[in-house]
Ligand binder design. Structure first.
Ligand code: MTE
Ligand code: CO
Length: 428
């Protein structure tokens, strides 16, 4: 008797708890209608024992490195065939619409090469420091590995990301409009430790970073930036850099345009002025309406994009509860707020930021809403902790004209159709 008395209130509590949970769920809009147990009685996936349940699975040796599920074969880098004449001096794009969180898995980080992927045995790799230094020096990879290391998460965005959209909406998918960005945790050595070993002469004001690939990519970087937060990285997301990301050594230039992040880094020269290399004169300068090019636009400005729904990721579940999500980033600091509109800018709501917030890293935002099945025009607008606000494309064009291809951080619009499909459009 007494046992029963004791258990009855407890089981009531459990029931009450479940009811409260359900009520809580409904109060926030409810979860999209799932199948009831009764309806599932006719579903063979519920009533029958499936093969994966009946037979033993693969053994531990099936995939020594590991690879994604065969059902994820669409989560891949893609290129745009007409964009470049060959595949060595080419670009492919991160499948942003297939990812979540803030880290870009190594296998899908976009690639940009000007002379193909250099394949270098780390035992054959050297990093030379010369120019205005007391002690010109050459490091092996073993030498580099003896400096104190740091771990930092940063986005890398190519200056030409969204470059094809300057004159109007063109490419149908955030992979193509915004996929020249990736976000990794780098392990490496602060550049200041390595340069201190060589001893910078007082006349030194600039640093030239040079790659060992066929393009010998080289860029001038002000010494203040180099000594502030640049790194020489050998790991990305915990494992060695991929060959396409500059194995065995790349320069990390937080917040600044991707072109400066020299891959296969082989030489650092200290000088008293910029070198004005090809990639900082005829390329990676912003041509203004008056025909004069703006030089050295280093920082990547505040930007965001809705990754789902988007043209490659339509809404497939019909009306009701819908998760809208996207990415925001700024080369000037952290993201402090992202606003979202689903009606083309008439009403803006503050999105929910989730996940770690690092300076000059991607940030993940969500806006959960009830879709009534009507046409939508979705946009996101990011604001960083320095007060920078992402501009509209029209505001950008008013300031910069349409002759540039670089540094397009304008607000992106996706039109969502009643059938859930999405298109790249512009509204003004
Ligand atoms: N470094 C070398 N040595 N060669 C290159 O072609 N491309 C640059 C930069 N560093 C390049 C390079 C450009 S334009 C960009 S956007 C980034 O590397 C791309 O880095 P990722 O391939 O890791 O995405
Ligand atoms: Co680039």
């Amino acid at each position: 008797m007494s046992d029963n008395k004791n258990t009855t209130p407890a089981s009531n509590d459990v029931k009450l708890g479940r009811r409260q949970l359900l009520a809580g769920g409904l109060a926030t809009g409810g979860i999209a209608a799932a199948t009831t147990i009764a309806a599932a009685a006719s579903d063979p996936l519920i009533t029958e024992v499936q093969d994966w349940n009946r037979y033993l699975g693969d053994g531990v040796d099936a995939s020594p490195y590991g690879k994604p599920s065969e059902y994820e074969k669409d989560t891949v880098r893609r290129n745009v065939a007409w964009l470049t004449a060959d595949t060595q001096s080419s670009i492919n794009f991160t499948p942003l619409h297939k990812l979540d969180g803030i880290i870009t898995p190594n296998g899908v980080c976009f690639e940009r090469h000007h002379g193909g992927v250099a394949v270098i045995d780390p035992a054959d790799h050297r990093l030379m420091i010369n120019g205005l230094v007391d002690n010109p020096i050459v490091f092996t990879m073993d030498d580099i590995m003896r400096f104190p290391r740091e771990n930092r998460t940063y986005f890398l965005e190519c200056a030409a990301n969204s470059g094809m959209e300057w004159r109007g909406s063109q490419l149908n998918g955030c992979q193509f409009t915004h996929g020249m960005v990736h976000n990794c945790m780098y392990t490496g050595v602060p550049l200041k430790y390595i340069l201190a070993e060589a001893g910078i002469k007082t006349a030194g004001k600039w640093l030239l970073a040079e790659g060992a690939d066929a393009s010998a990519m080289s860029r001038s970087i002000p010494l203040d930036k180099a000594l502030d937060d640049c790194m020489v990285a050998f790991k990305m997301n915990g494992e060695s850099l991929r060959p396409e990301q500059g194995y065995p050594l790349r320069l990390v230039v937080p917040g600044w345009e991707g072109n400066m992040w020299i891959k296969w880094l082989r030489r650092l020269e200290i000088g008293d002025k910029a070198w004005y290399q090809r990639e900082e004169t005829s390329k990676y300068t912003d041509l203004m309406e008056n025909g004069i090019a703006r030089s050295f636009t280093w920082a990547m400005d505040v930007k965001s994009v809705i990754t789902n729904p988007s043209p490659q990721a339509p809404i497939t579940h019909g009306k009701g509860r819908t998760v809208l999500t996207g990415l925001a980033w700024s080369g000037h600091g952290k993201i402090s707020r992202v606003d979202v509109t689903i009606d083309g800018g008439r009403n803006w709501k503050t999105a929910r930021l989730d996940g770690p917030s690092f300076s000059r890293s991607l940030h993940r935002f969500y806006y959960d809403f009830d879709w009534d099945g009507s046409e939508l025009f979705v946009q996101s607008r990011a604001i960083d902790d320095q007060g920078n606000v992402q501009p509209t494309k029209d505001q950008l064009r008013a300031a910069r004209g349409v002759s540039s291809i670089y540094h397009n951080n304008g607000i992106q619009t996706w039109q969502i159709n009643p059938d859930g499909s999405a298109e790249n459009v512009e509204i003004s």
